[in-house]
Design a protein around this ligand. Sequence first.
Ligand SMILES: Nc1ncnc2c1ncn2[C@@H]1O[C@H](COP(=O)(O)OP(=O)(O)OP(=O)(O)O)[C@@H](O)[C@H]1O
Length: 360
Amino acid sequence: MSIVEVEHLAKTFRSRERASGIAESMRSFVLPRYRTREAVKDMSFALDAGEVLAFIGPNGAGKSTTIKMLTGILYPTAGAVRVLGFTPWQQRRQLAYHIASVFGQKSQLWYHLPPQDTFNLLARIYELDMTEYRKRRDFLIEVFDIAEYIRTPARKLSLGERMRCELAATFLHKPRIVFLDEPTIGLDVIAKQRIRDLIALLNVEERVTVFLTSHDAGDVEQVCRRAIVINHGEIILDESVATLKRDYLKAKTIDLQLGGTVEELLTDEVGDRQSRLKLQLAAPALKREGIQVLKAQGHSLRLEVDTTSCPLEPVIASIMQQQHILDMTISDPPMEKIIAAIYGSQGTVQPPVEAENVSL
Ligand SMILES: Nc1ncnc2c1ncn2[C@@H]1O[C@H](COP(=O)(O)OP(=O)(O)OP(=O)(O)O)[C@@H](O)[C@H]1O
């Protein structure tokens, strides 16, 4: 059953244009000019209980504006939304007891207080039964492994430690839906993984519905089961992450720092040595479809591997047989590249020109 229903949702911002110079300012005072921007256009989708949705798109696509309408912070210009049966902008207070949001760029923990005090305040804000609250708090402290941080003022915590406390605070009142806006932004690889695992765990254990926006393809791939891709305020793709993975998230980039020079790993059987892209790896195990040499210089080697035709493990194992690996990074394609590929596959040659009207 759908717990989020969005029908023909639209939001247009109308903002006054700033004038420069005294004459223009006087003119604008008498005859103001307005700029309208269609941040969200005719958006419709539904979300079932327990789903984990990636709501993705490039900067300015309309993600935050949509989340703000779903959580009741903004009124739409047109359309209808029901979240757990509530109309968010009319029943924001009632809805707040059942949902939660985390904004990676903004902290909801009181800056000067230890997270423990914030938890106590939130328990009062959400009118939780104190015995139930203590049980819940202790459970979350254990799951999120934050016992050693909860008595330290939030300002003294590292970003990763703070994010774990933020998430624990978010789940205190057992929300049925969590809106996570860039929950892993700025975190290192280990901290990112930890946050992803925790979100996945809470989704499975408590069947909480997750609505996640991120510019990190790893968040989408590892946490979400469905993806809605938007651009210019419109949905351009609504697919399972499995399909997205097969079609767009398949390339991984491996950056290696080797003990020896890359020369020893390469062969010039295939043509022109000057053209790096034509270089081929010498080891037979690496001469296969799906591996492309992007860069080979000194001790650095960068490969792009299509994981649908070539798993990563044998590639790395084969290189290790021949050379010491001093350092290695495996990265996902940037989200912007994935979205550009989706655009390409939709037959859209050029992204639509953003509607921007200036009116008097
Ligand atoms: N309060 C506002 N007044 C005027 N325009 C706004 C306002 N808020 C957002 N916009 C515009 O609406 C469009 C969508 O913005 P939004 O913040 O929803 O994008 P986003 O997809 O969340 O981007 P990002 O990934 O950069 O956070 C942008 O062009 C933005 O400039």
